[in-house]
Design a protein around this ligand. Structure first.
Ligand code: ATP
Length: 229
């Protein structure tokens, strides 16, 4: 192997914690591919997918937190560089990202912490509890999502002003407070559609890992989800 090949297979590794939050109800290849690409671009030592316990932004989730956690663990089992953070699932009461990031910040000390979120979630940021404090605790990395354009409120635009950096590597020079946008491969897969397929007796294979689908079937999840017809 030539010297330049060596460089290609040895990406820089940054001591930092990245968090990819979601309901993961259930986890699918849209989440997993985005996590893989963002993790590669960030080159961090610690990349975690963090399932929401009782999400404050949604009326209901269809699978209990323990099931969503188990499905994520199955999906990530083959990949040692991606882990599951169960702190919201273990915590009682509603899960606020600001509390979650405060506890990650305690763990991280002065290391960079990066919260990765989809464009759709970023567009609704000012609906989040104490959203202004998020940038004191972490950087935000916004992942593009199929058919989701930036639509920030004036308050969010004001809070974001002057914080954008061009590349994910630029997030590594400070513990928190910067913003970066990363394009990820657009896989038009959603948990809503997978739940509807399952409720309708259809087979969502190839949209999510087979181990996760086997778990869904074993536990009879999503049989009563909307869209079953
Ligand atoms: P639902 O259909 O139940 O709303 P979802 O498929 O959007 O679920 P979430 O668990 O709400 O999944 O998403 C967690 C995070 O993953 C969000 O930041 C979301 O933008 C992102 N995400 C979800 N689906 C995709 C996808 N297909 N490609 C890239 N990112 C995605």
């Amino acid at each position: 192997m030539s010297r330049s090949d060596d460089r290609t297979v040895s990406p820089s590794v940054n001591r930092a914690i990245a968090i990819f939050g979601g309901t993961f109800d259930p986890v699918h290849y849209g989440h997993l591919r985005a996590a893989a690409e963002v993790s590669e671009r960030l080159g961090v030592t610690d990349f975690r997918l963090l399932p929401a316990g009782v999400p404050p932004h949604r009326d209901a989730t269809w699978a209990e937190p323990r099931h969503r956690l188990a499905m994520l663990e199955l999906a990530l089992a083959p990949y040692a560089d991606l882990s599951v953070d169960d702190r919201e699932v273990q915590r009682a009461g509603p899960s606020y990202m600001v509390d979650t990031l405060a506890s990650v910040r305690d763990e991280a000390g002065d290391l960079p912490v990066v919260l990765c979120l989809g464009q759709d979630a970023a567009n609704q940021l000012d609906g989040w509890h104490r959203w202004h404090a998020l940038l004191d605790l972490a950087h935000l990395l916004v992942m593009t999502r199929p058919e989701s354009e930036p639509r920030y409120s004036d308050a969010v635009l004001e809070a974001f002003e002057g914080r954008w950096v061009p590349t994910p590597q630029d997030l590594m020079g400070a513990p928190a407070g910067r913003l970066c946008r990363v394009d990820v491969t657009c896989l038009a897969i959603s948990s809503t559609d997978i739940r509807a397929q399952l409720a309708g007796g259809r087979d969502p294979r190839f949209l999510l890992p087979s181990t996760v689908l086997a778990y869904v079937r074993k536990h009879g999840l999503y049989r009563d989800a909307p869209g079953g017809g």
